[in-house]
Write a protein that binds this ligand. Structure first.
Ligand SMILES: [Zn+2]
Ligand SMILES: [Zn+2]
Ligand SMILES: [Zn+2]
Ligand SMILES: [Zn+2]
Ligand SMILES: [Zn+2]
Length: 458
C-alpha cells in the first residue's frame, strides 16, 4: 500500500477496494496486537491509526473529511452524535443522515470507505457510547465494541454467531486492498466432457485449485483466496446451478448440450463489477458444447463508475471482439458477446437490438424493496420478465425473508410456476459483507444467498 492510498495508479480502483474497519489501522490495515491500541484522529475521532507515521501518510487524503466532520460536530462530535443515534429508532437511518450532511458540506460524493466510516463507527453495540476511555472490544475479530462489561456480556451470545464472519470480512477486505481487485485469476481448466456441478461452490472451487496459479500474495491465505474466488464466480455458477435443473428453450434441451446461450442479466449494477470482476467466460469452460455465449447486462446503472457520474457516450454498447478470451476459447472458435444496456428492462425489450433470452437472471434482486412506492421502476419490467412460459427467471435474494417477498411481488404481476423453490443457494458467495442496516438481525450478508426460479404459467 503506498502513501497515496492508490493501487495500480488508478484512482477509481482504490474506491472499490479500500475499506474502513474500526478495529484496524486506517492506513496500513494492521490489526493491533492485544497489548497495543490504535490512536484516534484527535480532530474528528473518526479514524484510527497504529502509529504517527500511518497517520501522517493518510493526512492529505483524510484532511478534507476530517475538517468537515470537525466543523459539523465539533470535538467529541462522534460521541454525542452517536448518542442521538441510539435514542433514534433506526440507527442505520440516523447514520445515513449524518453521512449525507458530510457529503453536502464536502461538496462531493463520499467514497466507499468514507461511507463506511459513518456506517460502522467504533461505538458500543448496545448503547452507542463512543467514549474511547471506556471501550472494550472483541479481541478475536476487532469489529465490535462495548462501553462496559455489562454490555459486553449482554451481546456475547449473539456476537459469537458472527465473530468468525467478521474475521473473514476483514481478512478479505485487507487482502484485496493490498493485492488489488483484479488479482484473482480464474481457473483455466477446459472440460471436454460435461461434469455436473458438485454439491457446493466450495467443493467445486476446491477441485479447481490445482488449475489456477495462485498469486504469491495469496499463497499463505488459500482459504481467503477461495472465498474471493467464490465472490467472482458465484454469478455464472449460480446461473449454471439453476439451469442444470431445468430444460432450456422451446426444444427443452439439457444445459450440457446447449451450443448457444443468451442470458439477460437484469438490474446489473456496473460494468466494472459485471465484466471487470466477474468472469462469465468461465461458463464456457465448464460447458464443453457451448460455442456462443451472449450476456446482456440491462440496468439503469450499468455504466456508472462507483459514485462518480461520468457522462456516458451511449447507453448501449456491444463487445464481441473476443479480446479477453483465453487461448483455448480462441482456438475453439468460441464467441463470447457482452452487451451493455443502460436502461430499464422494458426499455430494452422495446429496443430494436433486443434479443430473446434463454434465461433471465436478477442477482440480489430486491424486487420487493420499493414495492408499492411511486419510485419503483420494477413493475413494468417484471411483467416482461415473466411473460414467456419458455424463459425461466432466476433470481437471488440476500435473505430468506426477502426471497419470499420477491416471489410475492412476481406473483402479483402475473401467473408464474415456481420451478425451483426458494432455498439457500449452494453456489452463493462465501465472502461475508457487513450490513450497516443489519436486516433481519444479520450483522453480515452474502451475495446470492437464496435462489428461486420461476416461469410464466403455460
Ligand atoms: Zn498503520
Ligand atoms: Zn480526522
Ligand atoms: Zn454500552
Ligand atoms: Zn468478535
Ligand atoms: Zn476461455
Amino acid at each position: 500500500m503506498n502513501g497515496e492510498g492508490v493501487i495500480n495508479g488508478n484512482d477509481n480502483e482504490v474506491e472499490t477496494i479500500r475499506h474502513y474497519h474500526p478495529g484496524i489501522c486506517h492506513t496500513c490495515a494492521t490489526r493491533p496486537s492485544p497489548t497495543t491500541s490504535l490512536k484516534r484522529c484527535a480532530q474528528c475521532q473518526l479514524v484510527l491509526y497504529c502509529s504517527k507515521q500511518c497517520q501522517k501518510k493518510d493526512w492529505l487524503i483524510h484532511k478534507p473529511l476530517c475538517q468537515v466532520q470537525a466543523s459539523l460536530e465539533g470535538k467529541n462530535g462522534v460521541t454525542s452524535a452517536e448518542k442521538k443515534v441510539n435514542s433514534n429508532m433506526n440507527r442505520f437511518e440516523a447514520r445515513t443522515l449524518r453521512r449525507m450532511q458530510v457529503r453536502c458540506k464536502l461538496g462531493r460524493p463520499l467514497k466507499g470507505y468514507e461511507n463506511e466510516i459513518f456506517l460502522f463507527p467504533r461505538v458500543c453495540e448496545i448503547c452507542c457510547e463512543g467514549d474511547p476511555s471506556k471501550m472494550i472490544e472483541c479481541f478475536k475479530c476487532r469489529s465490535v465494541f462495548y462501553c462496559s462489561d455489562e454490555h459486553y456480556s449482554e451481546d456475547d451470545e449473539r456476537h459469537k454467531k458472527w465473530c468468525d464472519a467478521f474475521n473473514l470480512c476483514i481478512g478479505c477486505d485487507v487482502l484485496e486492498y493490498r493485492l488489488g481487485v483484479d488479482s484473482i485469476p480464474f481457473p483455466i481448466c477446459i472440460d471436454d466432457k460435461y461434469k455436473a456441478l458438485p454439491g457446493t461452490i466450495k467443493e467445486h472451487l476446491t477441485s479447481m485449485l490445482d488449475m489456477v496459479s495462485i498469486p504469491v500474495g495469496y499463497l499463505l491465505e488459500k482459504d481467503l483466496f477461495l472465498i474471493l474466488m467464490s465472490e467472482r464466480l458465484t454469478y455464472p455458477l449460480s446461473v449454471l446451478y439453476a439451469l442444470q435443473q431445468i430444460k432450456i428453450g422451446p426444444s427443452q434441451r439439457d444445459i450440457s448440450k446447449v451450443t448457444e446461450l443468451t442470458i439477460h442479466v437484469v438490474g446489473a449494477e456496473s460494468t466494472i463489477e459485471m465484466l471487470g470482476i466477474i468472469r462469465w467466460e468461465y461458463l464456457a469452460h465448464i460447458l464443453p458444447a457451448l460455442q456462443k455465449l451472449h450476456v446482456v447486462f440491462v440496468g439503469p446503472q450499468v455504466f456508472s463508475v462507483s459514485d462518480l457520474d461520468d457522462p456516458v457516450p451511449d447507453n448501449h454498447c456491444l463487445d464481441d471482439s473476443g479480446m479477453t478470451l483465453c487461448e483455448d476459447c480462441q482456438v475453439k472458435g468460441r464467441a463470447i458477446v457482452y452487451e451493455m444496456c443502460q436502461m430499464l428492462y422494458h426499455e430494452y425489450v422495446a429496443a430494436s437490438y433486443s434479443t430473446r433470452p434463454d434465461a433471465i437472471v436478477a442477482f440480489n434482486c430486491g424486487f420487493h424493496e420499493f414495492h408499492g412506492d411511486k419510485i419503483d421502476t420494477w413493475p413494468e419490467s417484471l411483467k416482461l420478465m415473466i411473460q414467456d412460459s419458455e424463459t425461466p427467471l432466476i433470481f437471488t435474494s440476500y435473505t430468506e425473508k426477502e426471497a419470499m417477498k420477491d416471489l410475492h411481488v412476481l406473483q402479483e404481476m402475473g401467473e408464474v410456476d415456481v420451478i425451483i423453490p426458494r432455498h439457500m443457494n449452494p453456489y452463493q458467495s462465501l465472502r461475508p459483507h457487513r450490513d450497516p442496516a443489519k436486516e433481519d438481525g444479520a450483522d453480515l450478508f452474502y451475495v446470492n444467498r437464496f435462489i428461486t426460479c420461476v416461469r410464466a404459467t403455460k
